[in-house]
Write a protein of this length. Structure first.
Length: 318
């Protein structure tokens, strides 16, 4: 390590709505929070255009602007926001209960409390045409972006609970939803499958994958391929939703924090407590079900309150 270890009262890893909300609360409670932003300062919302469903913005707000404002709000109360990535952690029982976190592979900090808000990353198919049109009609969040396609024809890829839920959500807003499932069955629960099959404006296509997303600047259509017969078909759509799962950003916590089978951090009851005292988790990294900016912000607030209560119950290490 190039520098001596710095001692931090509350270290927040991640800078999405959960991390910054935790910072606002922690700073106002004199926990002197330090936020390390990670590789994508502002988190997933910086890849969204308009955010219309965050309370308090009657005219909507674009994602990057909202994240800058959240950062400014956290800084107003003294949060130290730093560009940097947590690259390793050691949550083993340190004398005094300090948690050791390595930043950018070359700096070590010792934290009395750690709030993990590293989020989750939506999976994409990886097709060049899909990547090119991200933000131009290709989205990984129907609840965030579906509204912009009101009355239009859209498509969704995936066969899990998320895809099923989002397909029915979109069907309420859009004229027609073509749903592409790569197998001959869906992975979603029977109840969710039933919702899909009983929604008249969802055109469910099994054994179907995307060959190419059509359009130059914006999505104009889709070329689908039946992976059994090889038959191709083009349809006109204006929006394409990818719902093939998320990957929680928890690799560095493996072996130290309890996770579920999908790698999401497990928290105790209604709290944000992980299995390590003094380490808390908020936002999408511990939530695969709701995944909204407002729910992430809510758990960020909870994590700061949990950290404050934890610090009040232990003898402050020197
Ligand atoms: P899942 O991993 O459950 O499902 C992903 C789906 O995407 C699968 O159908 C999979 O197909 C498909 N898929 C993956 N890669 C590709 C690809 N390259 N091309 C085409 N299709 C692909 O993810 P979800 O986000 O749906 O759900 C995650 C977890 O969250 C689950 O445990 C789910 O139950 C839970 N959840 C619960 C909800 C609720 O209870 N209300 C709501 C939302 C999620 P294949 O089956 O062929 O692998």
């Amino acid at each position: 390590m190039s520098e001596a270890s710095e001692h931090i009262k509350t270290l927040i890893i991640g800078s999405g709505p959960a991390g910054y909300t935790a910072a606002i609360y922690a700073a106002r409670a004199d926990l002197n929070p330090v936020v390390y932003t990670g590789l994508e300062p502002g988190g997933q919302l910086t890849t969204t255009t308009e955010v219309d469903n965050f309370p308090g913005y009657p005219d909507g707000v674009d994602g990057p602007t909202m994240m800058v404002e959240l950062q400014q709000q956290a800084e107003r109360f003294g949060t130290d926001v730093r560009i940097g990535m947590a690259t390793a952690v050691d949550f083993s029982n340190e004398p005094g209960g300090l948690h050791r976190v390595t930043i950018d592979d070359n700096k070590e900090v010792l934290a009395e409390t750690v709030i993990i808000s590293t989020g989750a990353t939506a999976k994409y198919l990886g097709l060049p045409s899909e990547q090119r049109l991200r933000g131009g009609g290709v989205s990984a969040c129907a609840v965030c972006d579906g509204f912009f396609y009101k009355g239009q024809d859209v498509a969704i890829v995936g066969g899990g609970d998320t895809a099923a839920e989002e397909a029915t959500y979109l069907a309420n807003i859009c004229r027609k939803v073509t749903m592409l499932v790569r197998k001959d069955h869906m992975r979603a629960s029977k109840a969710m499958q039933h919702r899909v099959t009983s929604t008249p404006n969802i055109d469910l296509r099994y054994n179907t994958e995307i060959d190419e997303v059509l359009g130059n600047m914006v999505v104009e259509g889709l070329r689908m391929v039946n992976n059994k017969t090889g038959e191709k078909e083009e349809i006109a759509i204006t929006g394409l939703f990818i719902a093939i799962g998320h990957k929680p950003n928890t690799d560095i916590f493996k072996g130290q924090l309890d996770m579920d089978d999908d790698g999401y951090l497990m928290t105790e009851g209604k709290s944000t407590k992980t299995n390590i005292p003094g380490v808390f988790a908020s936002g999408d990294v511990q939530d695969k079900e709701y995944r909204q900016a407002v729910t992430a912000a809510g758990t960020g607030c909870m994590a700061a309150l949990d950290a404050e209560r934890y610090l009040a119950t232990i003898e402050t290490p020197v």
